[in-house]
Design a protein around this ligand. Structure first.
Ligand code: DAS
Length: 354
């Protein structure tokens, strides 16, 4: 078949271009984005709606298509694991997501994983993955405070940062990370501290670093056990025990602790001050402990950490302190720890170490 010189030149150029594009793609890391919903997948009626919108609307492929810049950072594939607002997350969602993350982390053609997630319980999921996924590959959880349809939406840059960090070798072995608002935080330490600002995610111990124009700037590393050094493994966990939280406040009735503790493996006390327990509640907690329920003292106060045997005789009552973990994170750790038959002393060790 006759081919004109012009066509032959074009075909050669196209082949060269395809080959170089392929070669370029082969140099790029492979990152999988697991989408679960939230505001980062949200949509509002107008650009002026930065706080009024529907969460969990935009599918992962559209999120990726809306961010062509990431094609220069990594070969990205998306999976829609759920499409829910994260306040509706359940233990089953946590297990399903963590098992998928674990399976992908074992694949040789996966270099990093991003999880897009609602901000309301993002801190719980990030900590859960930090405890049970045995890998050193970067796992980055990301959300946004404004929907992509809003003026100055934060989701696109947060997602771009998350893919950059997930594609970075220097992010390996640092545990699960959270990239929001230019910062890289530890999934263990970070929590949603402001409910209506893009600077919502804070850690009282500070961020691990920052990411600016796709470059990571690290200033510290986690000291608590996580991921590959964890004694817990999602591949061995089939169910999570019941652990609930009782909120302490003036005139709190002992009956609320009785109701919350009934049938639970542990009760988390979100105490006033340093995890203080009202006199009228102590007998109820002692009864729950005698019935085999672990009693874990956390605090409703966001900063600091709960001291053992300070205002409460933890040794005498056989109670555990949650250290610096807020009540919702203490619940995550207690659920994971109590998938094993741990004594109170062992459980307290786990709260010191993770
Ligand atoms: N409802 C919130 C959630 O899904 C929206 C968000 O901030 O992501 O967690």
């Amino acid at each position: 078949m006759y081919l004109s010189p012009r066509f032959r030149a074009f075909a050669a150029g196209a082949a060269l271009l395809t080959a170089s594009a392929l070669a370029y793609a082969q140099q790029l890391p492979n990152v999988v984005i697991l989408a679960t919903g939230g505001t980062i997948a949200g949509a509002g009626a107008s650009a002026a709606n930065s706080a009024t919108y529907a969460a969990a609307k935009v599918p992962v492929d559209k999120l990726i298509a809306g961010l062509p810049e990431i094609s220069k950072v990594a070969n990205v594939k998306g999976e829609q694991v759920f499409q829910i607002a994260s306040e509706s997350f359940t233990n089953d969602n946590l297990l399903t997501l963590a098992k998928r993350v674990s399976a992908l982390s074992k694949q040789g053609d996966v270099d990093g994983i991003v999880v897009t997630h609602g901000t309301d319980t993002l801190e719980e999921t990030a900590y859960f993955l930090n405890l049970v996924v045995r890998t050193t590959k970067p796992i980055v959880v990301v959300g946004s405070m404004r929907p992509g349809t809003a003026l100055s939406a934060d989701g696109a840059l947060n997602l771009y940062d998350a893919v950059n960090v997930a594609a970075s070798k220097d992010a390996m072995g640092k545990g699960v990370l959270v990239t929001m608002n230019d910062e890289i935080n530890s999934g263990r330490d970070v929590s949603k501290s402001i409910n209506i600002k893009t600077e919502a995610f804070k850690s009282q111990w500070g961020a691990l670093g920052m990411i600016v124009e796709g470059k990571n700037y690290w200033f510290r590393a986690p000291v608590k056990r996580h991921t590959a050094q964890s004694e817990f493994n999602i591949d061995e966990i089939t169910a999570l025990p019941q652990v609930d939280i009782a909120y302490g406040y003036g005139s709190v009735p002992a009956s609320s602790y009785e109701a919350i503790g009934k049938g639970s493996k542990a009760i988390i006390h979100a105490g006033t001050g340093n995890g203080s327990v009202a006199d009228r509640v102590v007998p109820t907690l002692q009864k729950l402990r005698a019935d085999g329920v672990q009693v874990i003292r956390s605090a409703r106060v966001p900063g600091g950490f709960v001291l053992r045997n300070a205002e409460q005789p933890d040794d005498k009552y056989d109670w555990v302190v949650a250290h610096d973990l807020n009540p919702q994170k203490a619940r995550i750790l207690a659920m994971v720890a109590l998938t094993k038959p741990l004594s109170s002393a062992d459980l307290q060790r786990v709260f010191w170490e993770y």
